[in-house]
Design a protein around this ligand. Sequence first.
Ligand code: GDD
Ligand code: MN
Length: 379
Amino acid sequence: MSVYETPAEDSLGELTAVPEPGAVTVIIPSFNESGNVRELLRRITESVPSRVPCEVIFVDDSTDDTPEQVAKAAQDCPFPVSVIHREVPTGGLGGAVVEGIKAAASDWVVVMDADLQHPPSLVPELIATGEASGADLVVASRYTKGGSRAGLAGGYRVAVSRASTWLTKGLFPRALRGISDPMSGFFAIRRAAVMAEDLRPLGYKILMELAVRCGPRSVREVPFVFQDRFAGESKSTAREGLRFLRHLVELRTSKPLWRMIAFGLIGLTGFVPNLLALYGLTAAGMHYLPAEIVANQFGVAWNFLLIEVLLFRTRRHRRLSDRVGRYAVIANADLVLRIPLIAFLVGSWGMSVLPATATALILTFVLRFAGTEALVYTR
Ligand code: GDD
Ligand code: MN
């Protein structure tokens, strides 16, 4: 066992005896952070003891000169620094982190922001905590004793952060047990605990993605104080908020039963455009029967849009025109099938009309879901 030094900045120079930590790859997603990278690398250099094998990987989607600034500042670093610049920035921040994890070679991966809101002095403690406890995941938390969200500017952002933490923990009580701050973007995870191929990152909340899909064996938390940004501005937008909601739906519906329930709920919302169109068309003088058929297409189109965006983003393998055509056929077959099915249940099986109708509705719904999965969004 050797001595592992917590950097002076954090512990006033105390030495803490913990097991020798494994090598660490620090992954930093960056988007136009040229004013921050030099100071960030300086603080990482200061924080990570020189005997700990360390590498830093920036996964960069910038349109400014961040990569050049990293290259310049890296000349003063005692450890390897690389930049993966992505021409196609799929998955946003989370996509960048997964790209970095795939390129990482160390036992431990630490993910942190480029703007110094995450104090680099905590990196050794995150790894040491993981090594000492055997945990797969160590989260730097603002919401555990000793942590704070000082750098979360404004009551609005605090309220949004609270609400999203509450919603997320409510939706994934088991996967997020022991994580008080699932929205944190600062954590250490054992590379062996990450199945990178199973991840479907979408925007900022990569910790939530990892915790839910990889199910790390055990989790520890280390408190931290969320700092003010060193330079530049936050890249988070209202659009990012919508992406977060999509991400929640995607994660929650990864199992078929939940996906079928969501499919049904989306189907119910389709009544709104359907009825509105029916109202408009009949008011414009169309006979109600052809109006029914046309109005149904409004509901079908609405449902198609929602399932494309919310349920099957990662399964859009067929061409768009192909998906539209197949979905339209399946959704309309529903109408054509239902009446003969009811007639069959009543006539040949002797069911009474109401249970026969209910059975037919359920049966055609399940068929529509199964057909959509198997024929439109083939794996
Ligand atoms: N590669 C890449 N691509 N990096 C990105 C992208 C992107 O599309 N968008 C943002 N980043 C980088 C930024 O450059 C920064 O290093 C980091 O991701 C976080 O972005 P900020 O814009 O600083 O986000 P924030 O401060 O609003 O949010 C942070 O704190 C939240 C907690 O309040 C993040 O850590 C969130 O994950 C965290 O939930
Ligand atoms: Mn930030």
